[in-house]
Design a protein around this ligand. Sequence first.
Ligand code: ADP
Length: 432
Amino acid sequence: MQDIRLKAFWSLLFWAFCCLLLGWFTNAHVAWLAYLSGVLAYLAGHLYWIHRLYQWALKPSLNFIPNGKGIWEDIFANLYHEMRRHSRSQSQLSSTLERLRHATSALPDGVVVLNNRNEIEWFNEPAVQRLGLKRHHDENQPIYYLLRQAEFVEYLQAEEYSEPLKLKSWRTPDVTLELQIIPFASKQRLLICRDVSAIEKTEVMRRDFIANVSHELRTPLTVIGGFLETISDMQGEVSPDIQPYFDMMQVQTTRMRRIIEDLLTLSRLENNVTLKDEVEIDMHAMLQQLHRDAEALSQGQHTVTLHMDTKVNLLGSYNELMSAMSNLTSNAVRYTPPQGKIDIYWQMRGEEVVFTVQDNGIGIESHHLPRLTERFYRADSGRSRDTGGTGLGLSIVKHILHHHQASLLVESEPGQGSCFRIVFPAQRILPA
Ligand code: ADP
């Protein structure tokens, strides 16, 4: 298409030339009159097409788009192509949407589409069964009118959807639902609802099984350990040939007792999801105690230094935090060869407070780091066993930190040493 301004210019120039010729054969008046009538007719033509365009724009339809004349032919042709392209992409979009709806309907999980005011726009069949939504009746209703549980309303308003929310179903109490909100587009949300009763039951069974087995094993082991101690105390009663076996049995019994104690601690931590004994912890006293314990464990083989860079206290469980922090310091002692250096730091980092244990010990290869907090995961199993490790320490630390909304950061370099950091959020900090 040519530039329409150029077309208009050439048309008017051509008409001026014709009128000039006319003036040549007649006179100037006739030429001017002809020129003015031509320009007026030209403007009237444009007015007519503008009117047609306006009429069409009131009720735009692809079938009734005018044909136009001159430059208007190009304008309407372009409009026609643009409209066709638009209507094609719109029908493609609606068929994609339709397919998406069919696919979502076939999902085993309940799916609810919410708009920016948390009103229900659409939901699939499983959402009807799991959440008790009624088709045609509940559409356009705010979701919190229908799911009124306080935990859900809080979850919806908190706008922090990285973790799903587990709820007992309000319709069938033995059903556990997992609700997850996924934001999409501009402030729209997808609510996914999953029935996790079977997983939940297996998880409870697993937890009960470990707790029961550990509990049942504790008494016989205490008895065996007691007898072994009594026998080894009986001077001269045990022949020197079998004394090494007795010693080995004692070491292994102690190890098993430690594993059972750690398993029971883990079960307790898993069952108590929220903290019950929150107190203000005097961090100065606690860190001094940790320092003394680490020095006692090291028996003078390492240089253990405490750096108290801040005096803030913590709000939490004394026993739990003492256990988590001493796990890190005892690991540092156990995985650092004699003459090594261990530094314990208590520092502010922005709004947060950080507890750090840094050693220059054996270090950990990077591929082990993401798995260190798994139960029984050991980067160096030989050393862990030799130093009395159970492989459960960091798993216990992880659970305790979860209770305190804190996080564990690990940096390590094989042969250079490790740095374990616990970062406590601002809401856990109390001025000393
Ligand atoms: P364990 O009782 O075996 O020490 P943990 O759960 O406390 O179990 O630690 C898991 C593993 O992480 C350990 O087996 C060890 O390989 C590694 N680890 C933990 N702390 C350190 C450290 N400071 N230096 C080197 N390795 C460490």
